[in-house]
Structures are given as C-alpha cells and as structure tokens.
Design a protein around this ligand. Structure first.
Ligand code: GDP
Length: 532
C-alpha cells in the first residue's frame, strides 16, 4: 500500500469532523458580530474585531475595495476555519446586501448547513426570506439564532410563530430566554431545564462568563420571569416543539437558539448545536444525479472567484469547496469544463486577510487557489476519476447598462477588465453582433454590481468607463428560433450571455413581455432563476 492510499483512508473520519456552514441574515441583524463571536469562542482569535473591518474595529478582512469601506458593506466573502471540540468548522461569509444575492447563492452551493440570524426586534426581514428560499431550494438544513436579546424586542413565542407562519419552518427551541428581550437574565436549556446565567462583558471583547444556577435560586431571584418562562416551556412541550433530527435534516423544522452576539450570550451554545446537529459533508450529486462518494478521488466545486483581494496580493483566487477525497497541495487537478490540467502548488487557506499555505484539505474544507485565470464559479476540479458537479445557475438580471471605455487609449485594458469581471461572475456580460464589443451590455441582479464594475475598471484595470443605463427590466431565456421571431420588435433585444452562450431576450417591462408572448406564442421565453 502506498502512503497515498494510507492518507486517503483518513477521508471518512476527517469528513465526519467537518461542519461547513454560512450565516444568512438581513443587513444589520449582527452577522459580522456573530461571526467574530463564533471565532472568538472557538478561541481562534483572542479579541473580537479581528475578522471584519467595520466601524473602526481592529483588523480587516474585506476592505480591499475603497468603495466597500465607504459604504460599510461587505462585498467579498471571508472564509473562516477554526477548530472546536475536535471538529473543524468552516464558516463561509456571505455578502449582506441584496444586490449581491447571486454571490450568496454561490456560497450556499458550498455549505452543508446555514444559520438563519434574526434580530429579536425585527424577526424575519426581506433579505433573510430570500436567502431562506435558496436554502429551501437546495435542501440545506437551517438553524435559527435569535439575536440581540439584550435589547428590547418582540416576544419569543411571537417570533417562533412568525417563522412557522411565514416560511413554514417548524421551530424547535433548544434554549429559551429567561426575561423578555432587553431584560435577558440567562438561558434555559429546553431539554433539561438547566439554567445558565451570563455575566455581561463590555462589547463582547472578552468571553462572557457563564454559570449554571440552580432552578430554585433563580426562581426566587426572578419570580416573574421564571414563571413566565415555565409557562412558555410547558406550552412548547404541549405543542411538541422538541428537537426532531429527521425534520431538521429534511429542512422542514429548525432548531432555535436565543442570545446576543455582541455580549457573547448563547454563542457557545450555537457552536455546540452546529457541531452536534449540523450534518457533516456527504456524497454530492454530480451533474447526472449520481452521488460522488466522499472516498472517491479528490473533487471540488469552485464557488467564488475573486481578484485583488487586498493590495499586497493582486492575484486572482478561486475558492474551492472540497467535495470528495483528500486534497494535497501540489496535486495536479483537471478542470472539468476544459479538460485542462490545473496545478495547485500555491493552494492557500484564507483566514480574514491572512493567507497561509494549505498542505491538505478534506471534504467540507475550502481551499483558495491562486492564478485561477481559467476558473469560473460553478466549475469542477477533480483528480483521477472524472466528475462534473451541476452548474450554479445564473440569476435573472433586472438591471441593464451598456458600458463603454471613457478613454479611447485604454480599450485593451477595458476589454481585459470586462473579461475578468465576467469570468469572476461579478456581472453578466451580454453581447450581440449589433452592438459589437466596444460597448457590451452589463446585466445585474442589483445596481450596486454596476458600481463595483466601474470602480474596479478604473482602479484595477486603469480603464475608466461610462455606463449608459438601458431601459430593460425583464429577461427571458430564448433560442435561435425565438431570436429570429423577435428580431426588429421595439423595446425588445436578444443578446448572448457570454459566460454560457445562453440567449437572453430582454424586455422593457413585463407588459411588453406579455404582449410579445401573445404576438409570438411559439417563441421560447423561459423564466430564469430569480435573484430578487
Ligand atoms: P451585519 O450587518 O449583519 O453584519 O451586522 P453587524 O454585526 O455589523 O451588527 C449591526 C449592529 O448591531 C452593530 O451596531 C452591532 O454592534 C449590533 N449588534 C450585533 N449583535 C448585537 C447584539 O447581540 N446586541 C446588541 N445590542 N447589538 C448587536
């Protein structure tokens, strides 16, 4: 037996130790705070604030773009890996802003579970709903964390009811808050009744002290809150809200935890729930629907491609989720789309802004591959045994603009920039013979994507550009026959999406689309996956 075979034998055990997940939430619900707190509790970083670069906090992950800093939004995704209780936790960050929902969708293609983060005062907000829909469509099990319980908010039962009524996900509380929102005294463990009290610490900068307090003692100290909580817990028992693993894994029920990311309350409990309940990586279906066993030779899915992550590394990195086998730095993989070899000599782990060389990785882990010029989100890489995972669908764009280099002298840079942004999946690039390649059409799910393009063209490619907004709002997938039928119609244009060759018919309004549909009932006009 070669050493290789010996190393590969570790795959099932190593995969079992992995938990790979993302946090989905509406902006401001506390995703960055929770991310920091989780990493803090896993003792990977010793002071909250080292992960994201917001509002003067220390350390910066994703401020590689000036625009991002100005707007205070996170456009890029950080990948965090930390160990906790002999498990390896991979936390994939998702952009909070709805305009980048396509990126989030790709990240969700690379996780095995999600944490749905709710603000106790706000409950389910629009962006959370959209992201939850993606989880549901992909069958991703969801844990729910009700955050900011240290501040006035809604009632716990009312929030649970909202989750069940609005998205049809049955809540199964694991913990229950003692004290209404804004008067949090501690958490009760639903299954055992055990009560934990937290000692508040300023800003979550240090670990919140936790102490188990006997029921009689806390009942005497907080008689009103205690009896209210007991009534609520009795009600939960009555309606059968106990934990049901099958329903959780099937995505029909969600374990719910309460806490406050800012002060660290309930964060360690969430980590425990992730380790104990969230699924380990499993065999992933390939494009034909055949599962690729975990022990099969190495394979991975590219879910994100990003250039210029920080000023000292102006390269292009592809983030790959390992799906099967053992990844070893230096191995030569095959790019499923082209059959070309891909060398992995410079494989890296990205932790915030730091990068370290990765020597090996297992299913569930994320590896950053540099010099990834040929890779696009959705691509498969494999060793030895060929496989191709299903493509990640592109969303239906709703914003369109023709882009043109502002400076005739920098056309080459302009074209290179557009090519690169297209292949990173930052924007969809649509072309047609009619328009030529001087002014391709950019199509976006949200308008902020345009700003990213202009900013990067100017600062990264030295090709300042101008946008001319086009009056289209709806896109449908068509074919050659459809394109011929629609040719010459007003307020309609047919363009080719460069990344996948799909023909898109774009319309000024939904009414115009309906009108055309009636006029040409034989034209193929299929809806695309909706991103907003
Ligand atoms: P994101 O946009 O979802 O990443 O949200 P942030 O983590 O940036 O948090 C938004 C705001 O809510 C910040 O001012 C945080 O300090 C605050 N915040 C986050 N979690 C909590 C919490 O548990 N309690 C309180 N009181 N504030 C919180």
């Amino acid at each position: 037996m070669s050493t290789d075979a010996g190393e590969s034998a570790r795959v099932p055990t190593e995969a079992l130790r992995r938990r790979t997940f993302a946090v989905i939430s509406h902006p401001d619900a506390g995703k960055s705070t929770l991310t920091e707190a989780l990493a803090l509790y896993a003792e990977r970083i010793d002071q909250a604030g080292a992960v994201h670069g917001k509002a003067g906090r220390r350390g910066v992950t994703s401020d590689w773009m000036e625009m991002e800093r100005k707007r205070g939004i996170s456009i890029t995704s950080a990948v965090l890996q930390f160990s906790y209780r002999d498990h390896v936790v991979n936390l994939l960050d998702t952009p909070g802003h709805g305009d980048f929902s396509e990126d989030t969708y790709r990240v969700l293609a690379a996780v095995d579970a999600a944490v749905m983060l709710l603000d106790a005062a706000k409950g389910l907000e629009p962006q959370t709903l959209k992201l939850f829909d993606v989880c549901r469509a992909r069958g991703i099990p969801v844990l729910t964390f009700v955050n900011k319980w240290d501040r006035p908010g809604r009632e716990a039962l009312e929030l649970l009811d909202e989750v069940e009524q609005t998205i049809g996900l049955r809540p199964m509380p694991l913990t229950w808050p003692l004290g209404i929102a804004g008067h949090l005294r501690g958490l009760i463990e639903c299954a055992t009744g055990e009560f934990s009290r937290f000692t508040r610490t300023a800003g979550g900068a240090t670990r919140a002290a936790v102490e188990v307090v006997p029921a009689a003692e806390i009942a005497a100290a907080e008689p009103e809150f205690w009896s209210a909580a007991q009534d609520e817990l009795a009600l939960l028992t009555e309606i059968g809200a106990g934990f049901d693993e099958k329903a959780f894994l099937a995505g029909t029920a969600t374990p719910v935890l309460f806490g406050a990311a800012l002060t660290g309350v309930g964060v360690a409990r969430l980590l425990d729930a992730l380790v104990d309940l969230a699924p380990a990586p499993e065999a992933r279906d390939d494009a034909t629907g055949t599962p690729r066993p975990l022990q099969a030779p190495m394979s991975g899915l590219v879910f994100k491609v990003q250039a210029g992550m920080d000023r000292s590394h102006r390269d292009r990195m592809a983030f790959v989720r390992i799906c099967s086998g053992r990844f070893e730095r230096g191995m030569v993989l095959t790019h499923a789309g082209t059959g070309r070899p891909f060398a992995t000599k410079y494989a890296q782990a990205v932790f915030g802004q730091q990068r370290t060389t990765v020597e090996e990785a297992f299913p569930g882990d994320i590896v950053g591959l540099v010099n990834a010029g040929a890779l696009r989100p959705g691509d498969t890489l494999y060793a030895a045994d060929p496989v191709e995972f299903p493509a990640i669908p592109s969303f239906a764009p709703e914003h369109f603009a023709a882009v043109r280099g502002a400076d005739a002298g920098s056309f080459k840079q302009f074209r290179r920039g557009i090519d690169q942004l297209d292949s990173e999946g930052v924007i969809q690039v649509l072309v047609s013979d009619l328009r030529g390649d001087q002014a391709p059409v950019l199509a976006a799910v949200g308008p902020l994507q345009f700003e990213v393009v202009l900013d990067r063209l100017e600062n990264e490619f030295r090709a300042p550009a101008r946008l001319e907004h086009l009056d289209f709002t709806v896109a449908r997938r068509t074919d050659q026959a459809g394109a011929e039928l629609l040719h010459g119609q007003s307020d309609v244009e047919v363009l080719t999406r460069r990344s996948d060759g799909v023909l898109l018919a774009v319309f000024s309004t939904k009414w115009r689309l309906e009108n055309i549909r009636r006029k040409f009932p034989d034209a193929t006009l299929d809806p695309l996956p909706a991103g907003s």
